[in-house]
Design a protein around this ligand. Sequence first.
Ligand SMILES: Cc1cc2nc3c(=O)[nH]c(=O)nc-3n(C[C@H](O)[C@H](O)[C@H](O)COP(=O)(O)O)c2cc1C
Length: 158
Amino acid sequence: MKSLIVYSSQSENTKKLADTIYKNLEGEKDIFPVDAAPSTKGYDLTFVGFWLMAGKPDPKSSEFLTKLGKDDRLFLFATHGAKAGSDHVKNAVAHATGLTNGSYIAGVFTCQGEVNPKVLEKVKQKPEPPVWIGDADQAVGHPNEDDLIALKKMITEL
Ligand SMILES: Cc1cc2nc3c(=O)[nH]c(=O)nc-3n(C[C@H](O)[C@H](O)[C@H](O)COP(=O)(O)O)c2cc1C
């Protein structure tokens, strides 16, 4: 099996997930930041990693997802300030899936990712801070060892 890993990461959280996937994947594999992503043609499975921004995949990942079609089998992975399993995250994953042109989603993994403290302070001071900010304190230290172990387990069971 030939796999492609494409990720976007501003503060390295999502990159940690991408590197963990790369390390634990069997078979032929390539890894690229989204800016340098090649065509998915010839790959059996494409892992797409993004971070959440305004409740959606970050803009670069969103653009990449729109280029994918019915022939692409995807594994989505993401980090976010919001609590794992929250509606905020579920909606964002659904949004990511909807950006593709009918790609098959073979798996999804998400976990919290520590929010850049400067961004966090700024967002907290907004007159109406977004709901996810209430979970951001619990994101400190994530992705942690347990997150990476859980991801590794999913990858080795694929
Ligand atoms: C500008 C900005 C907007 C963000 N918006 C959201 C959001 O809407 N929902 C959320 O859960 N987390 C949000 N976050 C938190 C990031 O998604 C989270 O910290 C993520 O792990 C960052 O990933 P990275 O280190 O790979 O860049 C935001 C962070 C930034 C910097």
